[in-house]
Structures are given as structure tokens and as C-alpha cells.
Design a protein. Structure first.
Length: 437
């Protein structure tokens, strides 16, 4: 369980570049590297897998109990080193405690004994950066701390001045990255584009690794790795909601937490992928059709024209359950209106109508108590998840699936829907509360 956690004072400081370059560089050195993502991000793990060659998993102290955190961390079995990427700033979480904490990256590092590598954007400052780093080092005294990587350093003089401040504060400098404008990964409104959409991801990751080798002390990073919890008996991951699961997988539907899919497979479920964008219907032998979140708004015209997909989904709904999350929920609805105001006819198994014409930001953890059953979960079950989208509900006429609350317990109007055997939620499921049903 030796590992490190890559974090920063805030988003946009370069920690993803460091993370991907470090994963690839360590793998090139012959190490088996297990990546993790702290928090509810569902895009970064695919980049981690491309860089390391191993599946990456989320660790989330707000949504996950101790048993699930241990089960997911056990995916490091057989690895030489773990490298976790933080979310937002190191101490950023929510205000109300969840299952085991507040959802911060610092909690993840402390829980697993992984020292923090703090990536600092030192553009526009020099010695003053040490005051920021020292504050982060001191804010949680029992947090293991490896040192700092200075990013966007403008010159040798800038490096010398910044190092003086770090030396005075007694903080190890593990790397110095010169300012470069060609290392930024392309983004869209939910963050990074998906890994499968990157025009040349392999070349980009190889470039990051070379950049890290030139400017970071990899041996010092390896030596700084520590671990707390040993890997013992592997607790089970979440059970599958059905035996044969037709899972939509393409550029429009791709946001599913890796620990769920791995748990389904490990329990013996058969995952039957299909592509709505290729106008593929779900397998007729499936017991359940599951539409993950993604970017249906970018492909609304193609989805509206995918008649074989829509007909196959309607036929399945006559004999078995269908569930959609966020983008999948929108696709199950009556219509989706894109940012230009064009109305696209969706599958129509639910009455939901959503619009991107007037974008409204929805972001945050969700706790849902089911008013009715959904695949794999009984009525009364409490679920933990995360919502992140820009759509506005114009109509949500079906019976609500759940009472849904934000991280502080305030109700939200995105209750999800149920019509017959068809269900949908705006939140992405992370975990069920085992003690709630």
C-alpha cells in the first residue's frame, strides 16, 4: 500500500499533468503502478488507465463507508506503488460529514497513509509561495507530507528565489517544472474531454512522462511513498443489479464509476456493451439495460435519429427494467433541447424534457432515499451519489423515484423518475448505504 497523493491548493494548477506523467514514468521504470482518484470524478480514471496500464478507481470519504474504501483500495493488490490524484484543492470538501468524512483529498491521504505531493503554481510569486505551502503543510498536522513540485517557473532566477523560500520553510522541493503552454489537456464544460476523444492521447502522455523525467526527482518521489493499511482479506465490491446487463458505452454514454462495473463483473454478471450512437439496440438476452451518464447533448441529433436503438430499448422495457443516470436519464425522456434551442426527440420511456438552451449548473453530492424500487435497490434504500450537469428540467411528470438531498441535507428538485420498469436519476450512483434499508 505504499503510495503518494498528488494534490494542489486549487484546480487548474497542473496536478493532472504531473499525475499522468508520473504514472507513465513509473510504469516505464518497471513498476506496477495502481492509480486512484480521490473524489467523485468520472473522467480522470480513464486517463489514469491510459497512462499506467491499470484500471483506476475512485476513493470517496463522503459517499463510501470504511468497508467499501477498503474494498476499493485492495485493487492495489500486486502493485508496487499507489499514486492517487486529488480533486480541487487539498482540503476542499463539503460542510456536512458523510459516511467517513467530508470528501476532501486530505482525508484520503490521511486514511491510507499516503504522503501529499503539493503541486504549486508559482507564476506571479517567488518566496511567497513558501507561505502557501507551509500553510498547507501545517493546516492538518497529522497529514503525511512529501514535499512540493513547483510549476510554471519562468526562469532560473525565479526558481532560485522560490527555492529560497521553500528552504526557509523546511519544505522539500521534489521538482521544478518550467512554464510551457503546450501541456494543457483539452477541456469542455464538465472538465477534461473524455480520454477516448483525445486526438493523440498516447503522444500527450509520453510527452508528460518525458517532461517529468527532465524536471522532477523521480527517485525522491519513490522514496517518499509510504503506506498505512496493509491489504488483507478483500471485502466485496457492490453486487450487480442483474445477471446480464446491457450497458450503453460510447462517446455519449461513458460515465460509470469503475468500482461498480468491476464489482458487477467479479460477482459473475455478464456486461453486454452496445452503442446507441451506432444505432445498436441492447442485446435481447439482457435482463437489464443501463444507460450511464455522458454527453447526450453533444450527440442529440444522432440519438434522435437512432431508430433501431430506440425501438430496441422500448421493446426491452416491455419485459424488463431500464435505468438511466444523468445523460442516460435525459435520453430516456421525451425530449432534449440543445444549446441552440433545437428540440430532439428522445426515447420517450419517461416524460422528462430537459434543455441546454439556458444552462444551469448542477454540481454536488446527493443522498437519495428511494420512494420506489430501482434495479438492484429496494424502496427505502438510501443511496449516495454525485450530480454534475448543465441541463434545466422543463418537465418531469412521472412519479418521483426518490427524495433527493444535497450534501447538507437540503432537498433538491431532481428527484428522478419512475414509470413502470423504467427509472432514471440525475445523480450518478456511487454506493448504497448498507445500514439504511
Amino acid at each position: 500500500m505504499r503510495g503518494l497523493l498528488i494534490s494542489a491548493p486549487s484546480s487548474g494548477t497542473g496536478k493532472t499533468t504531473v499525475m499522468l506523467g508520473l504514472l507513465r514514468a513509473l510504469a516505464e521504470d518497471g513498476l506496477k503502478v495502481q492509480p486512484f482518484k480521490s473524489g467523485p470524478d468520472y473522467i480522470d480514471p480513464a486517463f489514469h488507465r491510459a497512462a499506467s496500464g491499470r484500471a483506476s478507481f475512485n476513493l470517496d470519504t463522503w459517499a463510501m463507508d470504511e468497508k467499501l474504501l477498503s474494498a476499493i483500495s485492495a485493487e492495489a493488490d500486486g502493485a508496487d506503488i499507489c499514486v492517487a490524484e486529488g480533486s480541487m484543492g487539498l482540503f476542499d470538501g463539503v460542510a456536512t460529514r458523510g459516511r467517513t468524512g467530508f470528501g476532501s483529498s486530505a482525508e484520503t491521504a490521511r486514511r491510507f497513509g499516503w504522503p501529499v505531493v503539493l503541486v504549486l503554481d508559482v507564476g506571479g510569486q517567488a518566496q511567497s509561495a513558501a507561505a502557501t505551502a507551509l500553510g498547507f503543510r501545517s493546516y492538518m498536522p497529522d497529514l503525511p507530507f512529501a514535499g512540493v513540485i513547483l510549476n510554471r517557473v519562468a526562469s532560473a532566477r525565479h526558481e532560485r528565489l522560490t527555492r529560497l523560500g521553500m528552504d526557509r520553510a523546511g519544505l522539500p522541493v521534489l521538482g521544478v517544472l518550467p512554464r510551457r503552454g503546450d501541456l494543457t489537456l483539452p477541456e469542455r464544460h464538465l472538465g477534461l474531454i473524455q480520454a477516448v476523444e483525445h486526438p493523440d492521447l498516447e503522444a500527450a502522455i509520453a510527452g508528460y512522462a518525458e517532461f517529468l523525467r527532465d524536471h522532477v526527482d523521480l527517485e525522491a518521489l519513490k522514496a517518499a511513498a509510504r503506506g498505512g493499511e496493509p491489504i488483507g482479506a478483500r471485502p466485496p465490491l457492490p453486487r450487480p443489479p442483474a445477471q446480464r446487463i446491457a450497458l450503453a458505452q460510447d462517446a455519449a454514454f461513458s460515465f460509470t464509476y469503475p468500482h461498480l462495473i468491476e464489482g458487477w463483473r467479479r460477482a459473475g454478471a455478464e456486461i453486454m456493451p452496445f452503442s446507441p450512437l451506432a444505432d445498436e439496440p441492447p442485446d435481447t438476452q439482457a435482463d437489464l439495460v443501463w444507460l450511464p451518464g455522458g454527453y447526450p447533448e453533444l450527440h442529440a441529433g444522432r440519438l434522435a435519429a437512432a431508430e433501431r436503438f430506440k425501438a430496441g430499448l422500448r421493446q426491452h422495457a416491455e419485459r424488463g427494467p431500464v435505468h438511466g443516470e444523468c445523460g442516460g436519464y435525459m435520453a430516456l425522456g421525451e425530449a432534449l433541447i440543445d444549446k441552440s434551442g433545437v428540440r430532439h426527440q428522445m426515447v420517450g420511456l419517461l416524460g422528462l424534457v430537459t434543455s441546454y438552451e439556458k444552462r444551469k449548473f448542477h454540481l454536488g453530492y446527493r443522498r437519495a432515499v428511494l420512494s420506489a424500487s430501482m434495479p438492484g435497490q429496494a424502496a427505502g434504500q438510501a443511496l449516495r451519489g454525485h450530480e454534475f450537469h448543465y441541463s434545466t428540467i422543463l418537465s418531469q411528470p412521472d412519479a418521483p423515484l426518490a427524495e433527493v438531498f444535497d450534501a447538507d441535507g437540503a432537498p433538491v428538485p431532481e428527484t428522478g423518475s419512475k414509470r413502470g420498469a423504467v427509472t432514471g436519476t440525475f445523480f450518478h450512483l456511487i454506493a448504497a448505504e448498507e445500514d439504511s434499508a
